[in-house]
Write a protein that binds this ligand. Structure first.
Ligand SMILES: NC(=O)NCCC[C@H](N)C(=O)O
Length: 417
């Protein structure tokens, strides 16, 4: 196998890992929207977690401009499908990917056998497309039998993954380790099979130590905020479960990656599906926050009790719930975590929160990428001294995610101790 371009770049790159939300961003994984978005129809968009049917070409233009804005700030952009194609050049990775994609109980042995052979004959790039855009019943040219006859023509044999766009959710770097998450919605579960494969088999990432995993309790990356080195906030709501936070906390404490995990309950609603839909860090001590929930947002600080129990097992200490900003500032060792509100009034705030005004991607302390449409929120960010790098998102936003959701930081400069 020839050396992938992303491996060449890695030779001169800063080490992989992140210990905050705002350390200077060096490397990020994005997914340029592709044929998987063309699978969305008015009949399947709800199930596939999109609020509308995006105009794909325009979504690609908007995404290219997002990537260009990052490159313009010297951020290395890695594309998920390129990493996947490079990974699939290896026989073992191909076999693994094909077996995982065909485990669904809806296929039956006849169709599964046919698809296994068909996918084995595909080139790495073709296989990437089948794994991400899916395969519809009326697209197969063999394996005909009971299953193909009885399924509808437009039923998927391999489901498309339109939410790959939101690379934030399927993996999270915590210092030098990568957590493969466990996605809760059926439409997204296969995404972590692909990220796990990349982080396990791609030459650039081989040997990276991992946390969590798709087989564990649900934790989604959009819920995980690295508030400061050693302090991680995790939203608990529609996606991440209480047991998911507990599992993640045990692992980060065990690996000495954090001293405090803040479990933050959020409403189990689509508008607040992840913690990063209501707040994101824009400086070492500033957070852009949805004001309609700011006063009621609480946190349970979880730390490791000393000593361990008699059998040597970890004991977690869970503090009483406190206002989020208070618990966060204390854990971060700062006087105050300053809140910048989305919008000016409750209605504007609600509109701009829905349109991902709170979902910013910090490129460095006081520099953040945001959707241009959230005019009031962006004005407020600038008034608070934050440089706002505006991007268009009229089509990208139809999946309900902003610049933070659409990016997985792989390398950030550590914050000064
Ligand atoms: N971190 C995020 O908030 N990600 C956005 C995910 C949107 C996607 N359509 C979903 O419902 O999962």
């Amino acid at each position: 196998m020839s050396e992938p371009a992303s491996t060449d770049a890695a030779r001169n790159a800063v080490p992989h890992g992140a210990d905050s939300e705002v350390g200077r961003l060096r490397t990020v994984v994005l997914h340029r929207p592709g044929p998987e978005l063309k699978r969305l129809t008015p009949r399947n968009n709800d199930k596939l977690l999109f609020d509308g049917i995006p105009w794909v070409a325009r979504a690609q233009e908007e995404h290219d401009a997002f990537a260009e804005a990052l490159r313009g700030r010297d951020v290395e952009v890695l594309y998920l499908t390129e990493l996947l194609t490079e990974t699939l050049e290896q026989e073992s990775a191909r076999n693994h990917a094909i077996t995982s994609a065909l485990t669904g109980l809806h296929l039956g042995d006849t169709m599964r056998g046919y698809l296994a052979g068909f996918l084995r004959d595909a080139s790495p790039a073709e296989l990437t497309e089948y794994l991400t855009a899916g395969i519809r019943n009326d697209e197969v040219r063999g394996g005909f039998g009971l299953v193909t006859s009885l399924l509808a023509r437009d039923d998927f044999l391999v489901d498309p993954l339109p939410n790959l766009l939101f690379t934030r959710d399927s993996s999270v770097w915590v210092r030098d380790r990568v957590a493969i998450t466990s996605l809760s919605m059926p439409a997204r579960k296969r995404e972590t099979q692909l990220t796990e494969l990349i982080y396990t088999e791609h030459p650039r990432f081989r040997g990276t130590r991992r946390l969590h995993g798709w087989h564990n309790e649900h934790v989604e990356g959009g819920d995980v905020l690295l508030l400061a080195p050693g302090v991680i906030a995790v939203g608990v709501g529609e996606r991440t479960t209480p047991a998911g936070v507990e599992r993640l906390a045990r692992q980060v404490f065990h690996a000495d990656l954090a001293h405090t995990v803040l479990a933050v309950p959020i409403a189990q609603e689509r508008a607040t599906m992840h913690l990063d839909t209501v707040c994101t860090m824009v400086d070492v001590d500033k957070i852009v926050m949805y004001p309609n929930i700011a006063d009621s947002l609480t946190a349970y600080a979880v730390t490791l009790a000393e000593p361990a129990d008699d059998a040597g097992a970890q004991v977690l200490e869970v503090a009483r719930a406190e206002p989020f900003l208070v618990a966060a500032a204390r854990a971060m060792g700062i006087d105050a975590l300053h809140q910048i509100d989305t919008g000016l009034d409750p209605v504007t705030a609600e509109r701009e929160q829905w349109d991902d005004g709170n979902n910013t991607l910090a490129l460095a302390p006081r520099v953040a990428v945001a959707y241009e449409r959230n005019v009031e929120t962006n004005d407020r960010l600038e008034a608070a001294g934050i440089e706002v790098v505006r991007i268009a998102g009229s089509e990208l936003g139809s999946g309900r995610g902003g610049p933070r959701c659409m990016s997985c930081p792989v390398a950030r400069d550590p914050l000064p101790a």
